[in-house]
Design a protein around this ligand. Structure first.
Ligand SMILES: Nc1ncnc2c1ncn2[C@@H]1O[C@H](COP(=O)(O)OP(=O)(O)O)[C@@H](O)[C@H]1O
Ligand SMILES: [Mg+2]
Length: 256
């Protein structure tokens, strides 16, 4: 059987590759300045990890993406596994995103709602529950009934909190595969300030189609929020760290 080689010379030219990247349907990040740098946004149906330390705007960025997608008529679901949904929605309303405006297209599900929907009793010990499986089953059921286009899981830390370390890898692998097969765009938030790749986000970043890092740079007593697109398949992009601002209900990066 002859072996087949893909010649370097047979790869599409830069110009053709750029036009291929532009022809992919994308979900806008609505971070001003960033979408232009990503050929329009995140490719539809991709698994994206948004990771970084606490307070670096991960939740706000993901909520903003889901909210704006819902405004554009896409069906979105936000799993708020860390915060009660009423508190999250109130916080987001203060940032100019009132869930009432997108009720027909966006649902926020917290642990309480998840327990009710899946008949898990409050009395059941949280550590006896495989939250990863519960979330996945629930989102797949909703996918059938509501045709969900975009799903946010906030956060993966809770998702696998009670899972033994050796099982975490296979659970993540299974979750990413199922999400990908479903065709939904999925945003997974991971709380992690370990840049070595050995922290909470390491395996997820390796498995995902894209990875966005949010961090804080400290100079003396001044801090600057930064955003970096670490990886995004099918997209030619820079891996620069851009200052990230939230101003007048709008996210933006400073590109120069
Ligand atoms: N209305 C607002 N305008 C600007 N920044 C805000 C506003 N409300 C909250 N923040 C900032 O957002 C931060 C929390 O963002 P969040 O998205 O929850 O971060 P993370 O999910 O990374 O922990 C707060 O620490 C605060 O500095
Ligand atoms: Mg958060």
């Amino acid at each position: 059987m002859p072996r087949r080689y893909t010649s370097f010379w047979s790869l599409p030219s830069g110009e053709v590759r750029n036009s291929m990247a532009e022809n992919i349907s994308r979900v806008q990040t609505h971070i001003s300045g960033l979408d232009d740098k990503l050929s329009g946004g995140i490719p539809e149906g991709y698994n994206i990890v948004i990771w970084g330390s606490v307070g670096t705007l991960k939740t706000s960025i993901a909520y903003n993406i889901a909210y704006k997608a819902a405004q554009a008529g896409r069906n979105t679901i936000y799993f708020s596994l860390e915060q009660v949904s009423s508190v999250l929605c109130q916080q987001m309303t203060m940032m100019g995103m009132d869930i009432k405006n997108v009720e027909d297209h966006m649902t926020v599900v917290d642990i309480g709602a998840l327990r009710r929907a899946t008949h898990i009793l409050e009395a059941d010990e949280p550590m006896d529950i495989d939250w990863g499986k519960v979330v996945l089953n629930h989102v797949m059921a909703l996918r059938e009934s509501k045709k969900i286009d975009l799903c946010v899981i906030d956060s993966l830390n809770v998702f696998s909190m009670f899972t033994p370390k050796e099982k975490k890898r296979s659970i993540l692998f299974h979750t990413f595969r199922k999400m990908k097969e479903s065709g939904m765009t999925a945003l997974f938030i991971v709380e992690d300030d370990d840049k070595s790749g050995n922290g909470n986000s390491g395996v997820a970043r390796f498995l995902a189609d894209g990875s966005i890092n949010t961090s804080v740079e400290v100079k003396g007593r001044t801090t600057t929020r930064l955003l970096q697109v670490e990886k995004l398949r099918s997209t030619a992009h820079s891996t620069d760290f851009y200052p990230l601002l939230f101003d007048k209900d709008q996210f933006k990066i400073l590109t120069k």
